[in-house]
Ligand binder design. Structure first.
Ligand SMILES: *[C@@H]1O[C@H](CO)[C@@H](O)[C@H](O)[C@H]1NC(C)=O
Ligand SMILES: *[C@@H]1O[C@H](CO)[C@@H](O)[C@H](O)[C@H]1NC(C)=O
Ligand SMILES: *[C@@H]1O[C@H](CO)[C@@H](O)[C@H](O)[C@H]1NC(C)=O
Ligand SMILES: *[C@@H]1O[C@H](CO)[C@@H](O)[C@H](O)[C@H]1NC(C)=O
Ligand SMILES: *[C@@H]1O[C@H](CO)[C@@H](O)[C@H](O)[C@H]1NC(C)=O
Ligand SMILES: *[C@@H]1O[C@H](CO)[C@@H](O)[C@H](O)[C@H]1NC(C)=O
Ligand SMILES: *[C@@H]1O[C@H](CO)[C@@H](O)[C@H](O)[C@H]1NC(C)=O
Ligand SMILES: *[C@@H]1O[C@H](CO)[C@@H](O)[C@H](O)[C@H]1NC(C)=O
Ligand SMILES: *[C@@H]1O[C@H](CO)[C@@H](O)[C@H](O)[C@H]1NC(C)=O
Ligand SMILES: *[C@@H]1O[C@H](CO)[C@@H](O)[C@H](O)[C@H]1NC(C)=O
Length: 880
């Protein structure tokens, strides 16, 4: 009995070490480590359970070798926020091979140098951990390192050092960091490298041709950087490469043809070179890549003709040729295209529908911005027995539907900017996104529309010729976030339930119809409206008080109605950017504005052509931050008035976001909505569909304001337009007006202003339009080269003014002659052309669908679009 006991004791002590019992020194290091780490006990799932009475090799997240040395430490997602910087406890765990500190929040500290003590480390995962700054070189010289993941530490920066010879690294993931600089040539020393993911960093420089030495490379993703140069052919011939992601860079030049590529030698399955500046013909060898599943060439400058039938890659699932300079043709005979899932042929100069009758699993088809005419063939609805989910036919010349037809269950249907007429088609059942805008649809909105819109978050029928009333049943579409019924001929009242039932609604545009009655006082207590446009209707009554339920309202446009109310001071919340009350019957003074503390974002206020009265001299413009601060705000120049409804995971690669067919569209779309606002400038109403943050204007004209202009007007440093004309203002033009360096438009005409024209005004050589006529100004008109370019009409009706340009002698003695290019007419003409260009360029984006589709597919487009607007803007306001 005793021997048996002894034997069993012996056996326990001799066998257990084989199951690795923690060594004391390792255990004390781990306990020391745990005690030194800062972490949240209530969220920790591993550290919190480490118990010194137990074998440390069995602790959660710890793994030992047979000798009891700790070789793996998985402390990911442990809410650790610090305590590793100088942790000898960690750095003395010298047997450690795998260390995972991902998904913690080391609030901006550097990756500790001490990690370089861990000479046995093979796997280091520090992703999503909040590290910042440069990576210590020592860490990158860990000889045995196989996998390094530093991704999603957006503050990690600096260049990457040279890689040592014989580095054993197989996986390098640095995506979503701020690493910059060129890819070092020494990358070719990493002959074992299999995954290199540098996406969304700040790397630049060409790809070194030695990349061709990386024969083990299977996955190369350098998308969304600033790489330049041409793409070396060696990138396409890497024998093991499966995934090649080069999109969203600055690559240019032609892609060299590879005539001797043997079709079976390539392993390439995904090839995405979209959103670069590549040019020339689409290389023929692309269609020989036998294993290719995804070919994305969109948003480049490829040119020439592509015969769709030439694309024969048998496994191809995704093909996107959109937005190049390509002429895509397809024969009408049954196409030999492989069975695709996604096909993008936007802006491909298509003149007819490609034959897709045989496509058996196509779910996403984009034929927008082509020259398609006639009717939509009814076979399109039957593609793959109704497999089609997303269809974009916008920006074509289509005018009808071949009958009989029946929509399959589409989630995205975009028909905007075509020539459709006749009755509005009933939206597909359960669709999420339906855009019928900019067509010629007539008749009325179907009474039972909400049955079909029960899942829709976007519905637009704007810019058609629809008549009749807004059916109250639309209130059943409770998922709607954008409802745009503007620019039609709708009559009747606004259904009260509309403001109450659809509490998700962010944009409601009913502008430019013939709606009558009052604005219902039914704004939901959960109101999430950000833009409400009721412009140009026949609405009467007051602004309902329940509108205060909408704290996020940024745009309120109720101009051109018959509203009879006092100034809506309860609206002047920090969120408000645009307030348009133009052409109504508002009355009373602005006294209530005295109590307003701040309008942080106000950019445009137009209360012109009403019956407002009283003084304005007490207005304290320094509180109007939107107008006082914007000129120092260049970094936010893309921060236009936009609405991001759903902004979860930005859709970077179509594939990731759109790869699965049961995807919920609403979770993947990043939508920008540009509110349409009319601004009166230069006597013309212009439609700005995108209000740049830097654009600001005040229009108080055509009221009965009296008293003086406040000196604080000079605080509105970023003001571009000021119209106080047709009032009864008295006193002098404040000299502070000379501080408005951005001012382009100034109209003070038809008032009772007296005194002289301040010389400061003449220093504003950026003013394109000036009208001081019909006041009581006197004295000499100040002289400046720019001031001399205004016509006499700008000053007429002021009996006491003299000097140029009102003196007829001016032109004779030459002092009023404008410098070349500054001729008045010329200036005006040029600016008006620019306005038109601006409207036209912007008009392109009015159709919401295209914006969505393009922002969805193409970051580059977004930049280009914004860039273009800025260019136009620069041209218009050259000073900015
Ligand atoms: C450690 O384990 C022992 C024995 O299972 C237990 O009594 C003790 O409460 C544990 N300590 C902690 C801190 O969990
Ligand atoms: C770590 O190792 C060094 C050198 O071996 C030693 O001096 C130091 O005391 C150790 N630290 C801890 C916390 O064990
Ligand atoms: C690595 O592991 C070996 C045993 O596998 C050990 O001798 C050595 O001390 C460890 N540490 C370093 C820094 O190499
Ligand atoms: C990224 O790095 C650049 C220098 O390379 C620096 O100017 C910039 O501020 C960094 N951005 C962030 C977000 O750290
Ligand atoms: C690199 O590896 C090769 C073969 O594996 C070997 O012959 C060579 O000596 C190594 N060079 C260095 C510097 O370690
Ligand atoms: C790219 O990185 C920036 C930070 O540097 C981040 O804000 C952005 O979300 C990243 N984009 C994607 C698509 O991951
Ligand atoms: C490869 O590494 C060796 C040793 O570090 C270095 O001398 C060589 O220049 C590197 N190769 C390249 C192409 O940088
Ligand atoms: C890398 O490729 C270049 C040619 O591109 C070749 O001269 C060099 O020998 C290669 N280096 C290695 C280590 O294979
Ligand atoms: C395509 O573009 C290239 C320049 O990249 C030009 O030389 C060529 O003439 C163009 N071809 C066609 C058919 O337009
Ligand atoms: C301007 O008009 C105001 C009254 O409106 C008067 O008090 C003032 O004296 C006038 N100023 C001049 C310079 O005529």
């Amino acid at each position: 009995m005793k021997t048996l006991f002894c034997v069993s004791i012996f056996c326990i002590t001799c066998i257990l070490p084989a199951f690795s019992q923690c060594l004391d020194d390792q255990k004390s290091l781990l306990l020391g480590l745990r005690n030194s780490l800062r972490f949240d006990l209530s969220f920790s799932t591993k550290l919190v359970h480490w118990n010194h009475t137990k074998d440390c090799c069995n602790w959660d997240g710890v793994e030992c070798d047979v000798f009891g040395h700790v070789i793996s430490l998985q402390l990911d997602d442990e809410t650790i926020s610090g305590g590793i910087e100088n942790s000898e406890y960690l750095f003395n765990l010298s047997y450690l091979e795998k260390l995972n500190l991902a998904f913690n929040s080391f609030d901006g500290i550097q990756i500790p140098k001490g990690l370089s003590n861990l000479g046995n480390l093979t796997h280091l995962d520090l992703s999503y951990a909040g590290f910042a700054g440069q990576v210590p070189h020592e860490v990158l010289r860990l000889k045995k390192l196989v996998s390094l993941d530093l991704s999603n530490n957006v503050l990690l920066s600096g260049t990457f050092p040279n890689f040592p010879e014989n580095g054993s690294l197989r996986t390098i993931v640095l995506s979503n960091t701020n690493f910059s600089g060129p890819l070092p040539d020494s990358i070719s020393n990493l002959t074992m490298l299999s995954t290199l993911d540098l996406s969304n960093c700040s790397f630049f420089g060409p790809i070194p041709p030695t990349i061709g030495n990386l024969t083990e490379l299977t996955d190369l993703d350098i998308s969304d950087n600033n790489f330049i140069g041409s793409i070396p052919s060696s990138a396409f011939t890497l024998p093991s490469l499966i995934r090649l992601q080069l999109s969203d860079n600055e690559f240019h030049g032609q892609v060299q043809e590879l005539s001797n590529l043997s079709s079976s030698s390539s392993s390439l399955q995904e090839l995405d070179i979209s959103s670069n500046n590549l040019e020339g013909p689409v290389p023929k060898f692309f269609s020989k890549l036998e294993k290719l599943r995804r070919l994305v060439l969109s948003s480049n400058k490829f040119n020439g003709t592509v015969q769709l039938e030439m694309i024969k890659n048998p496994d191809l699932e995704v093909l996107d040729l959109s937005r190049n300079d390509l002429f895509v043709q397809s024969t009408d005979s049954d196409s030999s295209l492989p069975p695709l899932m996604e096909l993008g042929l936007a802006s491909c100069k298509l003149q007819g529908f490609p034959n897709l009758r045989r496509q058996s699993r196509l779910w996403d088809l984009d034929l927008s911005s082509n020259q398609l005419t006639g009717e939509i063939p009814n076979w399109i609805w039957k593609i793959g027995n109704g497999s089609i989910r997303n269809l974009n036919l916008s920006n074509n010349l289509l005018h009808g539907f071949q009958k009989p037809y029946k929509f399959p269950s589409l989630q995205y249907l975009d028909l905007h900017s075509n020539q459709f007429h006749g009755e509005l088609p009933i939206p597909p059942m359960f669709s999420s996104f339906v855009d019928y805008s900019h067509n010629f649809f007539t008749n009325s909105i179907p009474k039972d529309i909400s049955i079909f819109l029960s899942h829709a978050f976007f519905f637009s029928i704007s810019n058609n010729s629809l008549t009749g009333e807004i059916p109250p049943s639309i209130c059943g579409a409770t998922d709607l976030e954008v409802l745009d019924l503007s620019d039609n001929a709708l009559t009747g009242g606004i259904p009260p339930c509309l403001l109450n039932n659809i509490s998700r609604l962010g944009v409601l545009n009913l502008g430019r119809n013939n709606l009558s009655g009052t604005i219902p006082d039914t704004f939901s207590v959960n109101c999430s409206l950000r833009a409400l446009d009721l412009n140009k209707n026949a609405l009467k009554g007051k602004i309902p008080r329940s509108i205060v339920n909408c704290p996020g309202l940024e745009v309120l446009n109720i101009g051109n109605n018959r509203i009879e109310d006092t100034f809506p001071c309860m609206m002047m919340k920090a969120s408000l950017r645009v307030l348009i009350l133009r052409s109504n019957k508002f009355y009373g003074g602005l006294q209530c504005l005295k109590a307003i503390q701040e309008w942080l974002n106000l950019q445009i206020i137009d209360i012109s052509t009403n019956n407002f009265s009283g003084g304005i001299s007490f207005l304290s413009f320094s509180k109007w931050w939107g107008m006082t601060s914007a000129d120092d705000n260049k970094q936010s120049k893309y921060n236009n008035l936009h609405y991001v409804y759903i902004n979860q995971r930005p859709c970077k690669y179509g594939y990731i976001c759109r790869g699965s067919s049961n995807l919920d569209l609403s979770s993947m779309v990043e939508i920008y909505y540009q509110e349409t606002v009319k601004i009166t400038m230069k006597g013309l109403e212009r439609q700005l569909t995108r209000i740049l943050l830097i654009f600001t204007s005040i229009d108080f004209s055509n009221n009965r304001f009296h008293g003086g202009i406040p000196y604080s007007i000079g605080d509105l440093k970023s003001l571009h337009g000021l119209n106080l004309s047709h009032n009864e203002l008295t006193g002098p033009i404040p000299a502070s007006i000379g501080n408005l360096r951005q001012l382009d438009f100034l109209d003070l005409s038809v008032n009772k202003l007296n005194g002289t024209i301040p010389v400061e005004l003449a220093t504003l050589d950026f003013i394109g339009f000036l009208n001081l006529s019909y006041n009581r100004l006197f004295g000499k008109i100040p002289e400046s080269p720019h001031f001399g370019t205004f016509p006499a009409a700008s000053f007429e009706g002021n009996l006491g003014l003299y000097g140029c340009p009102v003196d007829t002698s001016c032109f004779m003695n030459g002092s009023g002659v404008s410098p070349p290019g500054f001729q008045n007419g010329e200036v005006r003409l040029k600016k008006e052309i620019d306005w038109d260009y601006l409207s036209a360029a912007l008009g392109f984006a009015v159709g919401f669908g295209s914006t969505v589709w393009l922002t969805l597919h193409c970051k580059r487009w977004r930049e280009m679009f914004l860039g273009k607007v800025d260019q136009i803007y620069l041209k218009f306001f050259p000073r900015w």
